[in-house]
Ligand binder design. Structure first.
Ligand SMILES: C[S@@+](CC[C@H](N)C(=O)[O-])C[C@H]1O[C@@H](n2cnc3c(N)ncnc32)[C@H](O)[C@@H]1O
Length: 185
């Protein structure tokens, strides 16, 4: 959506986004031994670069061309695509050893991830999850439901499935889920 592109371009131009890689990639880096990786809604590539540094050839997709300009790495191919209207399987035309999806929820894309992974491929996901105590202002369509990831990744070996409360920029509490799983061998 054009609206999303404008909003995110402004944030990346104003340097409002974190640069450090996600804690779960760092924690499970022993599982990351190279191959091909896909970062869905990669933003400035904070996580894509972490994978590229560990020997992966990466595809990074995002709607924000300002974010993608911040990724200059010979091991990362960037794709400026609107995931609301893109058929990932048709566009990417390959299977991945690792697919990561951090803080971007599109249920159509989420359900495609199992089909994008090689046998024994790994998925890393971290994003907001619903909780009855949560009274924040994230749009409901952008929050995972309880048990939703377990349904999508049924049959996968679950390596991490952890929920915790965080404090967002504006001081608001929100619950996130960190999820790591491996495709059936
Ligand atoms: C909260 S940021 C997360 C970025 C990155 N995954 C990270 O963890 O640093 C959300 C990202 O989703 C991207 N995005 C939002 N709507 C999109 C769409 N329709 N298609 C592709 N990317 C989109 C934004 O440009 C932004 O980079």
């Amino acid at each position: 959506m054009l609206e999303d592109k404008i909003k995110w371009n402004t944030r990346y131009k104003n340097n409002k986004m974190p640069n450090n890689p996600s804690d779960i990639l760092v924690k499970f880096q022993n599982l990351l031994s190279g191959g091909v990786a896909l970062d869905i809604a990669c933003g400035n590539g904070r996580n894509t670069k972490f994978l590229a540094d560990r020997g992966f050839m990466c595809d990074g997709i995002d709607i924000s061309d300002e974010a993608l300009k911040l990724i200059v790495n010979p091991n990362i191919n960037t794709h400026c695509l609107d995931l609301d209207i893109c058929d990932l399987k048709k566009n990417m035309k390959k299977l991945y050893d690792v697919v990561i999806n951090f803080y971007f929820l599109d249920r159509k894309i989420l359900r495609t991830i199992p089909d994008l992974l090689k046998n024994d491929g790994l998925v890393f996901i971290e994003t907001f999850i619903d909780d009855e105590e949560y009274k924040g202002n994230i749009e409901a369509r952008k929050i995972l439901e309880q048990g939703e990831l377990q349904k999508v990744f049924q049959g996968f070996k679950v390596i991490l499935n952890e929920e915790k409360w965080i404090i967002r920029d504006r001081g608001e509490r929100a619950k996130i889920i960190s999820f790591v799983a491996q495709n059936k061998l």
